[in-house]
Structure formats: C-alpha cells, structure tokens
Design a protein around this ligand. Structure first.
Ligand code: ATP
Ligand code: MG
Length: 424
C-alpha cells in the first residue's frame, strides 16, 4: 500500500462539524461592518518579502522567526502573509485609493506564521481585519474598539479590554533611552532575544513572553510618563468616548504589541480561557505605516481578530454547534420509486426554496428509514410501489408523535410549505 500523505504541521482542516461556528462569526462580522460603513477588500496571500520587513519591523518575532519566505521560480523573495495590515495599505497605494480619500475597509482570510503549534496557535490561522485609513481623530480609534465590543456581544463571548498609548516615534525616543538604561543595569538577567534587542529596539523587550523576564519588565519605566501632550490628549479622548458608551477597559502600561508600526492607541482583548494564549483581538493606530510603505503621510488605525480563538471561546460558552438538520429525507424503495424520487426532489426544491432536502443511498425500507431518523430530518418522504400506483406519497413525521399522511403528488409542495412554516 502507498503511504498516506500527512497534512502540514500546524495547518488545520476546518471540518463541516465546525462550520456553523465559523459561519456565525463571519456573518456577525460582515453584518457589523456593513452597519458601520466599512467595505470589503480582498488581498493576495503572497506579497514581496520586503513589504513585511519594512512594515512589521526587523526586530519583531514575526520577521525574525515566523515568516514563510521562499524564492519563486523567478528568484523573487516572496512571503505568505503573516498579517493583513501591510497588504491592505499596499493594495490601497497600488490602486490610488488614498488620493484625497479616506477608506474604511475590512478583509478576512488565512495568515501564516511558523510558530510552535499548540492550542490556539497554528501555522495557518484565520483573521478578520478592519482598517480605517486617513482618519486621525480619536473618534475612529474608539469606533473600532466599540465595534469589536459589539461583536463579542453578538457572539456571546467574554473578553476584557486592555488599552495603552505608545505616543509618537519622537516621544518614544526619550522613553527608549530610559528603557535601555533600565535593562542595561541588569544586563546579566536578559535572555538572548532581549539582549539582542536592547540597543536597536528596547520596546520589544516589553513584549517578551519569557516568564523569566517578567520581573525585570515589571520594574521598567512606563511610557506614559514620556508621552507628548497631543498623544496624551488623544488617549484621554479615546478613554472618554469608550466610557461614554459603556465599554469597560483597563489601561495596561506594558502593552506594546508585537509589531513596530503602532503609534498612540494600542489595545488587546484578552481572556484566560484559552490556556497559554490570551489575545483574541488586537490592534491600534499606525500613523507612520503608509509613508513607511512608500505612500504619502496618512494616519491609520485597525484591528485583527483570530477566528480560531473566537470559535474556541464560543465553544467554551456552550454555543450550540449542531448544524442545521435537513427538513426532509427522501426514502425511495425500488428502482422505479428511486427514479421518481429524484425528479420529485428537484420539483420540491424549485417550489419550496427554503426546504433542506436530502436523498440517501438506495437500500431496503427499514435501513433507509433508520438513516432518515439518524439524519435529524423532521420528515421522511416515502415512495414505494403502493405510492407509485396511487400517485400519493407517504410523509412520516420523525420528531413528533403524529400519524403518517398520504399526500397527493401535486400537493406535496403546498403541504411542505405549510408544515415548514409551522413551529415545531
Ligand atoms: P500572540 O501574542 O498570541 O502571539 P500576536 O500579538 O502575535 O498574538 P497579532 O499579530 O496581533 O497577534 O494577531 C491578531 C490576532 O490573531 C491575535 O489576537 C490572535 O487572536 C490571532 N493570532 C495570532 N497568531 C496566531 C496563531 N499563530 N494562531 C492562531 N491565532 C493567532
Ligand atoms: Mg505572536
């Protein structure tokens, strides 16, 4: 026998049993975005490697160790997208969508990061992303955060919101020096990643997940003391707006996020329900990104949510994920009846578009009826020699204590329409 080909580690199949959860998340998000006037954009999964190097930052975990980068047949270095923001900005610039215009956009799809696979952490995972470009005002930061809060309400999941302000690159310079001084004094306690980042990107040290580093990080100076007045006002306004509409949050002065492009507002929805993984949705403002990618100076703000983690939370909340069951299961006994069933099924699908009607494989009456029952269908539509002769089909309610009925062939559509409209 030939050996079975295994799936690629960390790349998951999402099976039909989970589809209802996925569909619910996707539909709720699409509905929310429509209500707030965000339009969908679809971007490729592959980009030039430089796009991510330039935007995400050389000293970040993503660029240093997580990207799927390869040379294509032309010798170009390409990367499977590890996140969407850089690609959305690139797409806007490629098509001139930011010429004297603002954009409120969303997208969704798979992202790729070569991480250690575990619960809630995969190498191909899915995000839903939202990006507002050309909006500098704190109202848009708040709008985006409120939208994510609404999404949790719609999906019945619980998470807590942490926010912080990173200020502007200029205000961060003083802070970076203070960080370098702090960590330099305890140089011997830094892990390898952190010592490497100390000079070039000390902020990244705050994002370290290494438990051994946490005490050192807790004692570090806080960015808030270095914020410029405009960033301070901006941050205060965001907090006021959130409070006005009843969105609760805590300020986490250590929140810096894993990508370099953030400015001012950053936030993360966290939970303790996902084992070692805590972030469900994260984002922030990235006023420097568009010019970094080669466009004109344009403010931006956005977030990304991890669909797998949200689905896991919904499951944890007891979301009922049994898929929609069929309404009608067709049982045809014998070759002639089977043929009749085929065309009857098609006529019913035309006449009653809402009906979920399935045909099982041929077989004996009892075996087919057992399958009809197991399918969860409300009715079995039964056709045998007697029915063919009489021109009337048997309909057997499977979930109610009710007698089987004989329905004339021509009246079947009307019968099912009435029955399906009736509450079970
Ligand atoms: P983490 O701290 O868990 O590594 P991150 O800061 O790298 O997350 P972002 O780059 O902000 O994550 O991505 C946004 C969201 O995408 C995260 O909040 C999370 O829900 C999800 N996500 C990130 N990486 C993965 C992954 N490897 N597998 C599944 N979901 C992920
Ligand atoms: Mg990460």
């Amino acid at each position: 026998m030939v050996t079975l080909i295994q799936p690629v580690r960390g790349m998951n199949d999402i099976l039909p049993d989970d589809e209802r959860l996925w569909e619910t998340v996707e539909a709720a998000a699409a509905d929310l975005f429509r209500r707030y006037g965000y339009r969908r954009i679809r971007i490729p999964v592959l980009e030039k490697t430089d796009l991510f190097r330039r935007s995400i930052g050389e000293m970040t975990d993503i660029v240093e160790k997580e990207m799927y980068t390869f040379e294509d047949r032309n010798g170009d270095s390409l990367t499977l997208r590890p996140e969407a923001t850089a690609s959305v900005v690139r797409a806007c610039l490629s098509h001139g969508l930011l010429h004297n215009r603002q954009q409120k956009l969303w997208c969704s799809g798979p992202m790729f990061r070569h991480e250690k696979p575990q619960k809630g952490r995969h190498r191909q995972f899915h995000q839903i992303n939202i990006e507002a470009l050309g909006h500098a005002e704190p109202e848009v930061d708040a709008e985006l955060i409120v939208m994510s809060a609404r999404l949790w309400d719609a999906l019945g999941v619980h998470a807590t919101l942490e926010i912080n302000s990173l200020g502007t690159p200029a205000s961060r310079t003083g802070y970076k020096q203070a960080l370098v001084d702090h960590f330099d004094r305890r140089r011997g306690d830094l892990d390898a990643d952190s010592s490497r980042r100390l000079q070039r990107n000390p902020l990244r040290i705050l994002d370290s997940k290494n438990p051994a580093m946490q005490e050192l990080i807790a004692g570090a100076p806080v960015l808030e003391d270095y914020l410029d007045p405009e960033s301070r006002d901006h941050f205060e306004r965001v907090r006021t707006l959130l409070t006005d509409v009843g969105v609760e949050f805590t300020v986490n002065p250590r929140l810096v996020r894993g990508l370099d492009y953030y400015t001012r507002t950053v936030f993360e929805w966290v939970t303790d329900r996902l084992g070692a993984q805590s972030a469900v949705c994260s984002g922030g403002r990235y006023d420097g990104l568009v010019s970094q990618i080669g466009g004109r100076e344009t403010p931006g703000v956005g977030w990304a949510l991890g669909v797998e983690r949200v689905v896991e939370l919904m499951r944890d909340e007891g979301f009922d994920d049994t898929g929609p069951e069929p309404d009608v299961y067709v049982v045809g006994v014998g070759d002639r009846a089977q043929r009749e069933c085929f065309s009857t099924a098609e006529r019913l699908r035309d006449a009653v578009p809402a009906v979920r009607l399935v045909m099982g494989p041929p077989g004996g009456f009892r075996a087919q009826l057992r399958k009809a029952d197991r399918s969860g269908a409300r009715y079995a539509l039964i056709v045998g020699d007697d029915e063919l002769a009489a021109g009337k089909f048997s309909v057997k309610p499977l979930r109610e204590d009710r007698a089987q009925e004989l329905v004339p062939r021509d009246e079947l559509a009307g019968w099912f329409e009435r029955e399906l409209g009736r509450k079970q």
